[in-house]
Design a protein around this ligand. Structure first.
Ligand code: NAP
Ligand code: MG
Length: 393
């Protein structure tokens, strides 16, 4: 490893897995070169969350980061950890700092079947992470009256549109998005598709939303024509826009193997459907890609609190380390690509193969055993990782 990667440690069961993964399948095989940031809740509290911002800046500087799952504090965590403040979600801080888009893809494990049998290749969901209903202003209409959309320009010019003449009570909602945010989302999607060498779909509802969704459609088209068409043609991949209804029908009939970009709400709900169809939250990988080419890899699941409380009682848990392992292989492979270190990329490939071969030999964690099509032996996390290390050797 010529250049370090930013390593962001986390909380609870995934923090335990983090160390096991490093000790068992990484350090014995590769000279790890990382800049370590402890995003565990006690350290975030001690530093008033400054460590999270430092970690984000390290990812921006080093271009590659790998992150363990972290607790997003709520009222119960305030008491549990005796916190000074209810800190923001670390992922929100990282996303805001890197201006990134999150891509989520299932890890296809032979023997673990999708609920949609035709899906034999991963479908990666790219969800726009700014605006729409997540930043909407809502109003409960108490009774008869006119609802209007009013825009006051910086020059004082006023534009007005009637939303509805209410005869009785109802509700209204005002939402927005920004061209610069949509443009950077589009760039992240096109760059990711090129790096993954997969087709890119973008779907929205411009037939109904003729100004709002049309803005998304036309920005994607413009960015594609001006910045990416040539590269896509050279890579032999395609970009196409289609209505969200049509995209859903096509997706179900497809074999998978494409990137599907969506607006914020569509991505929120459809990613849950797609990930469930592929089997398990524990087999979902996630990467935050910034428009200027920084990559932060992590598992899509949380800190697996229920398993951690059992671990604290001295039990050996069968927590699935695959998504966290894939966060590491993703980061090491990207480091290898950026630094021109083919050995590092090859190591990442071998490690993934060793993990899949271990499952194929019938040794796996309990969650996978429950979904496995064949004879399976349930192993605790450490035993599973040791079996992977043996295959790797
Ligand atoms: P979770 O940690 O994803 O776990 C939910 C349940 O899913 C687990 O109890 C377990 O089910 C199953 N599961 C998830 N990952 C698994 C794995 N690797 N192996 C085996 N089973 C797995 O979600 P949560 O319990 O709602 O959240 C816990 C904490 O994680 C929260 O404090 C939350 O803030 C945080 N969180 C962080 C991130 C992130 O950092 N990206 C994302 C989401 C949540 P069974 O108990 O049935 O075995
Ligand atoms: Mg959701």
């Amino acid at each position: 490893m010529k250049t370090p990667i930013a390593e962001l440690d986390g909380d609870e069961m995934t923090r335990i897995l983090w160390k096991q993964i490093k000790d068992t399948v990484l350090s014995p095989f590769v000279e790890l070169n990382t800049e370590y940031y402890d995003l565990g809740l006690p350290e975030r509290d001690r530093t008033d969350d400054a460590v999270t911002l430092e970690a984000a800046k390290a990812i921006a500087r080093l271009k590659v980061g790998v992150k363990c799952a972290t607790i997003t504090p709520n009222a119960a965590r305030m008491t549990e950890y005796n916190l000074k403040a209810m800190y923001k979600s670390p992922n929100a801080t990282l996303r805001a700092e890197l201006d990134g888009t999150v891509f989520r893809a299932p890890i296809i494990v032979p023997g673990i079947k999708s609920y949609i049998p035709g899906w034999v290749k991963p479908i990666t969901i790219a969800r726009h992470a700014y605006g729409d209903i997540y930043k909407a202003v809502e109003y409960r209409v108490p009774g008869p009256g006119r609802a209007e959309l009013v825009f006051t320009g910086a020059d004082g010019a006023v534009e007005r549109k009637t939303i509805f003449d209410f005869k009785g009570p109802g509700v209204i909602q005002g939402m927005h998005n920004r061209d610069d945010s949509i443009t950077s989302f589009a760039r992240s999607c096109f760059s990711y598709a090129l790096a993954a060498k997969q087709d890119l779909w973008f779907s929205a509802k411009d037939t109904i939303s003729k100004t709002y969704d049309e803005d998304f459609r036309s920005i994607f088209q413009k960015v594609y024509e001006e910045e990416y068409r040539t590269a896509f043609e050279e890579a032999g991949i395609t970009y196409f826009y289609t209505l969200i209804d049509d995209a859903i029908a096509r997706a179900v009939r497809s074999k998978g193997g494409f990137i599907w970009a969506m607006k914020n709400y569509d991505g929120d709900v459809i990613s849950d459907m797609v990930s469930t169809a592929f089997g398990s939250l524990a087999l979902m990988s996630s990467v935050l890609v910034s428009p200027d080419g920084c990559f932060e890899y992590e598992a899509a699941h949380g800190t697996v609190t229920r398993h951690y409380y059992r671990y604290l009682k001295g039990e050996k848990t069968s927590t699935n380390p695959i998504a966290t392992l894939w966060a590491w292989t993703g980061a090491l492979r990207k480091r290898g690509e950026l630094d021109g270190s083919p050995d590092l990329c090859a190591f990442a490939d071998r490690l993934e193969k060793a993990a899949l071969d271990t499952v194929a030999s019938g040794v796996m964690t309990g969650d996978m055993a429950a979904l496995y099509d064949g004879k399976a032996e349930t192993a605790d996390s450490e035993t599973f990782l040791k079996a992977i290390a043996e295959k790797l050797t």
